[in-house]
Ligand binder design. Structure first.
Ligand code: NAD
Ligand code: DAU
Length: 352
């Protein structure tokens, strides 16, 4: 039995599905169901007793304490967070509340529960904290990729809130001995990503003949990781990672945003020729404030210590992703709700 937080979101839901398929043991899934949480992501588990869904907030300490005592998990995998950089610019308060205060509340209840465990359960327990490469700040074009020893330099309210949570997790290991493992990964893409993030946004806008908004000059670089590879990386870190250590997980796929958008357009030109060439929809818009120029992950430690490396190439992962959105129209229609439309109006006023 493991307890996952944020398991109705993009990566969390992919992880829950991957865990049940690969490991087969039960998952308690605690999720507040914010705009980003979607129970439809887990529809295939509706009648599976191994998935126990609980709607709730990681800051609700009474609920968290009850779940821990009731289910006696051998690990926590902590995904729950506010995760969108642009939203953190419009309203940072919720990011501090969930990512910092929420992680603190969760850690406090986990510490209390962990103290009650007898050996060998106590030393076998793990708190796996899912973090981001954004805590390391921005790279120059010729800088080496982020390693686990790169100093923290977060630049957005989102990145700062994640950095704060990483520090709390680290402190709970050094001060209380809680067996924590932190993973810092690069940009994920794949099925079930909420369409406010670049890749699903571009796929859906292109299908609907709408502008494809590129911030600034489109030359910002991200290191794209297929979500399925991220899930296997987390499982490797959970099973083999050393308590107190951090592991960087990346996709070895540095691309400029323009390269990413052109790749999506090319795939759509083949799979959905109706609107070809889709690249004609590319529209340069005002840049994101404080937009980090380049992220890149050095995942050598994951490879040498844990034997993990990404299986997916950018081209194969992107084909699977576009294909998934083309074949899951019902999921897309449910997700594009009033909340999504409000966000598009707030963030892209210049496009209207
Ligand atoms: P997401 O926004 O798609 O999902 C977040 C989930 O957390 C949602 O289901 C939401 O309902 C839930 N949640 C939010 N606040 C909560 C609270 N207070 N209590 C309980 N549940 C709450 O995010 P994602 O893209 O799946 O990211 C998951 C984690 O991975 C986050 O911690 C994020 O910082 C990290 N991460 C994401 C990426 C990426 O590219 N998406 C890359 C690196 C790290
Ligand atoms: O690096 C890991 C991070 O990746 C995670 O920690 C975050 O949770 C996740 O949201 C993601 O952050 P980014 O800001 O990199 O992702 P996003 O999809 O929002 O943007 C990717 C790049 O595309 C970024 O350089 C901004 C740009 N962009 C984004 C949008 C939404 C555009 O040019 N136009 C857009 O409309």
């Amino acid at each position: 039995m493991i307890l996952v937080t944020g398991g109705a979101g993009f990566i969390g839901a992919n992880f829950v599905l991957d865990w049940i398929a690969a490991e087969g043991t039960p998952v308690v899934n605690l999720d507040k169901l914010t705009y980003a949480g979607n129970p439809g992501n887990l529809a295939s588990l509706t009648h599976d007793a191994r998935h126990i869904f609980v709607k709730g907030d990681i800051s609700d300490r009474t609920l968290v304490a009850k779940l821990l005592v009731q289910h006696q998990p051998e690990a926590i995998v902590h995904f729950a967070a506010e995760s969108h950089v642009d939203r953190s610019i419009h309203g940072p308060g919720e990011f501090v509340q969930t990512n910092v205060v929420g992680t603190f509340n969760l850690l406090e209840e986990v510490r209390t529960y962990w103290a009650t465990l007898a050996e060998p359960a106590k030393s076998g327990f793990r708190f796996l904290h899912v973090s981001t490469d954004e805590v390391y700040g921005s790279l120059e074009p010729t800088d080496p990729a982020f390693s686990e020893t790169t100093p923290y330099a977060p630049n957005s309210p989102y990145a700062a809130s994640k950095a704060a949570s990483d520090h709390l997790v680290r402190a709970y290991h050094h001060t209380y001995g809680l067996p924590v493992v932190t993973t810092n990964c690069s940009n994920n893409y794949g099925p079930r990503q909420f369409p406010e993030k670049l890749i699903p946004l571009v796929i859906l806008n292109a299908l609907n003949g709408k502008p494809l908004p590129i911030y600034g000059d489109g030359k910002n670089v991200r290191d794209w990781l297929y979500v399925g590879d991220h899930c296997t990386g987390i499982r490797a870190a959970l099973h083999k990672g050393r308590p107190g250590e951090t592991y960087n997980i990346g996709g070895n796929s540095e691309k400029t945003n323009l390269e990413v958008v052109h790749a999506i357009c090319c795939i759509l030109d083949t799979l959905h020729p109706a609107g070809a060439p889709h690249a004609k929809l590319i529209t340069f818009v005002k840049d994101r404030p404080g937009h980090d120029r380049r992220y890149a992950i050095d995942a050598t430690k994951m490879k040498t210590e844990l034997g993990w490396q990404p299986q997916e190439q950018f081209e194969t992962g992107m084909n699977k992703t576009v294909d998934w959105y083309l074949n899951n129209g019902a999921w897309v229609r449910r997700v594009i709700s009033g909340e999504y439309r409000r966000w598009m109006d707030l963030n892209y006023t210049t496009l209207r």
